[in-house]
Design a protein around this ligand. Structure first.
Ligand SMILES: N[C@@H](CCC(=O)N[C@@H](CS)C(=O)NCC(=O)O)C(=O)O
Length: 194
C-alpha cells in the first residue's frame, strides 16, 4: 500500500490514520505545483485529479478522496471502526462536513484570494469550527476515543492555528491531545512538520 501526500496537506489525516490502524504502507511525496512525485514521476498518472491524497491499495487499485480513504482505513481497524447503530453514518456525516464545508472554506487562503475573500473565509472557517465544537460527543467528535474524522479535523486545526484563526477551546484541547499520540508525532515528523 502506498500513500501519496504533500507535507502538511489534507493527506496528513490519512497518514495519521494509517499509523493509527497499524497498517504497513509506503509513502511518496508529491510536489503540488509541478505534479511530480519525489521519484520524479508524473503524479497525474497516479491520480488524474492531480491532488493529494491518493492511496494505492495492495490490490493495485487507487483510492482517492479523503472521505473514502479515511472511511476505508477506519474499516481496517477495530479501534477506528465507529460504534453504535448510527456510528458509520455519523462518521460519514462528519467527514462530509469537514471535506465539503470546512476544507472548502480555506480555499481563498491557499488560492490567492483577495483580502476581502480571505476575511470572509476566516469568518466562515471560524463559524464552522464553532459548529463542530458544538457537536463533540466527548473528548472527540464522535465520542471519547479518536477516530478518522478527528484526524481530518486535526489537519484543519493545524492550518487554522498557523493562520491565527479563533479556535474554540474544546477543539484546541482536542488538537493538543491528538498531538501527543505517537501516530500524529510520527506522521508529522515524516512530513517535516513540528
Ligand atoms: N476533495 C479532495 C480535495 C483534496 C485537496 O484539495 N487536496 C489539496 C491538498 S489539501 C491538493 O492536493 N491541492 C492541490 C491541487 O488541487 O492542485 C479530498 O478531500 O481528497
Amino acid at each position: 500500500m502506498k500513500l501519496y501526500y504533500a507535507p502538511g496537506a489534507c493527506s496528513l489525516a490519512d497518514h495519521i490514520a494509517l499509523h493509527e490502524a497499524g497498517l504497513a504502507f509506503d509513502h511518496e511525496r508529491v510536489d503540488l505545483k509541478t505534479k511530480r512525485t519525489e521519484h520524479g514521476d508524473d503524479y497525474t498518472q497516479v491520480s488524474a485529479k492531480g491532488y493529494v491524497p491518493a492511496l494505492i491499495l495492495d490490490t493495485g487499485e487507487t483510492l482517492t478522496e479523503n472521505v473514502a480513504i479515511l472511511d476505508w482505513i477506519s474499516g481496517q481497524s477495530p479501534d477506528l471502526e465507529p460504534t453504535g447503530p448510527l456510528g458509520r453514518a455519523r462518521q460519514l456525516e462528519a467527514l462530509a462536513y469537514i471535506s465539503g464545508e470546512l476544507h472548502k472554506s480555506f480555499g481563498p487562503m491557499f488560492k490567492g484570494g483577495t483580502d476581502e475573500e480571505k476575511a470572509k473565509a476566516k469568518a466562515e472557517v471560524e463559524r464552522k469550527l464553532a459548529y463542530l465544537a458544538g457537536t463533540m460527543k466527548g473528548d472527540h467528535l464522535l465520542g471519547d476515543r479518536p477516530g478518522v474524522a478527528d484526524f481530518f479535523l486535526f489537519v484543519m486545526l493545524t492550518w487554522a492555528t498557523k493562520m491565527g484563526f479563533d479556535i474554540p477551546s474544546d477543539l484546541v484541547a482536542m488538537r493538543d491531545r491528538l498531538m501527543t499520540r505517537p501516530s500524529v508525532a510520527t506522521a508529522m515528523a515524516h512530513e517535516g512538520l513540528n
